[in-house]
Design a protein around this ligand. Structure first.
Ligand code: NAD
Ligand code: UDP
Length: 310
């Protein structure tokens, strides 16, 4: 199979490219290098089945492929709020272009959507049937509403044009190859703890997130792409839920750090709780996360230790 991975030089995309190459596919990695890095795909460049296209999904492109994993979009709030208009364009126009391509070359397309479509959820844990609680005019809307429109486009291309589509809703995922200055909570806390700097807890730290290790996430995504007669959306995440304060304490303990906790203002519209209901993924994909938060954090801490010493 010839497989296109948009956002392939990013955190999740680079792990996905690696997995697909291992399975013997030809991989076309498309990225504009906004938050992606050549370093993430350096080892893959040596592989004869790997090709890199520097391109922005906001511009149309024609490629001959059998499958499309559409991941292009910054995922950290710091990055997606840096240029919110561009984030909306990436999610809306970029997804439109990938669906147009899928229609033209009859490729199957998987959309990397997000738990953010649930907004600040009034239902807990979140099932796929929940329609969400999203502020349409807030600072997170460029991402949340952008992804909601991307899901709408995906379903309409399926209903109207019979495009073969899949939607996964990804919950907070962490692991090696996150950028040290990425701004997301796991990378921030680990880097701060390793440097002995203050751990920046936003608000009172009582908000919760559920953390999935990257290998589990990629496995769920591939299972979804390979499934038949199932469009989704499906939640992919690890239901192990922590308050942000508990996560900070855990990381301080695991790194044996002298760092202190410092409170910072809570950004507006920060969801108060988040945990996936993964019943559907278990039933339809026979998928279950295999890596505990303790195990995953250990591997991620080792990765950042090496990164920082280099
Ligand atoms: P990331 O920022 O590391 O990767 C995104 C990649 O997309 C980067 O390589 C970036 O350069 C590229 N990109 C951004 N805009 C582009 C554009 N206009 N054209 C071409 N390339 C572009 O983020 P990630 O964590 O790897 O997330 C990948 C996908 O998964 C995103 O769509 C994100 O919304 C989704 N997701 C991730 C998480 C998570 O916890 N990691 C959670 C929910 C959803
Ligand atoms: N957060 C924090 N300190 C940080 C970074 C994030 O307290 O240095 C909090 C943030 O306010 C949110 C949670 O951690 O409640 C997860 O943030 P992240 O940006 O990783 O993901 P998202 O909010 O998109 O789930």
């Amino acid at each position: 199979m010839r497989i296109l991975v948009t956002g392939g030089a990013g955190f999740l995309g680079s792990h996905l490219c690696e997995r697909l190459l291992k399975e013997g596919h030809e991989v076309l990695c498309l990225d504009n290098f906004f938050t992606g890095r050549k370093k993430n795909i350096q080892d893959l460049m040596k592989h004869s089945g790997f090709e890199l296209v520097r391109h922005d999904v906001v511009q149309p492109i024609l490629l001959e492929v059998d499958k499309i994993y559409h991941l292009a979009c910054p995922a950290s709030p710091v990055h997606y709020q840096y240029n919110p208009v561009k984030t909306i364009k990436t999610n809306v126009i970029g997804t439109l272009h990938m669906l147009g391509l899928a229609k033209r070359v009859k490729a199957r397309m998987l959309l990397a959507s997000t738990s953010e479509v649930y907004g600040d959820p009034a239902e807990h844990p979140q099932k796929e049937t929940y329609w969400g609680n999203v502020n349409p005019i807030g600072i997170r809307s460029c991402y949340d509403e952008g992804k909601r429109v991307a899901e709408t486009f995906t379903m309409d291309y399926h209903r109207q044009n019979k495009v073969d589509v899949k939607i996964v809703r990804i919950f907070n995922t962490y692991g090696p190859r996150m950028l040290p200055d990425d701004g997301r909570v796991v990378s921030n806390f680990i880097v701060q703890a390793l440097k002995g700097e203050d751990i920046t807890v936003y608000g009172d730290g009582s908000q919760t997130r559920s953390f999935c290790y990257v290998d589990d996430l990629i496995d769920g995504m591939v299972r979804m792409m390979e499934s038949e007669n199932f469009i989704g959306p499906v939640n992919i995440g690890n239901p192990e839920e922590y308050t942000i304060l508990d996560l900070a304490r855990k990381i301080i303990a695991m790194t044996d750090s002298k760092s202190k906790i410092a409170r910072k203002p809570l950004p507006s519209d920060d969801p108060t709780q988040r945990k996936p209901d993964i019943t559907l993924a278990k039933q339809k994909l026979n998928w279950n996360p295999a890596v505990s938060v303790d195990e995953g954090l250990k591997k991620t801490i080792e990765y950042f230790k090496k990164e920082l010493s280099a």
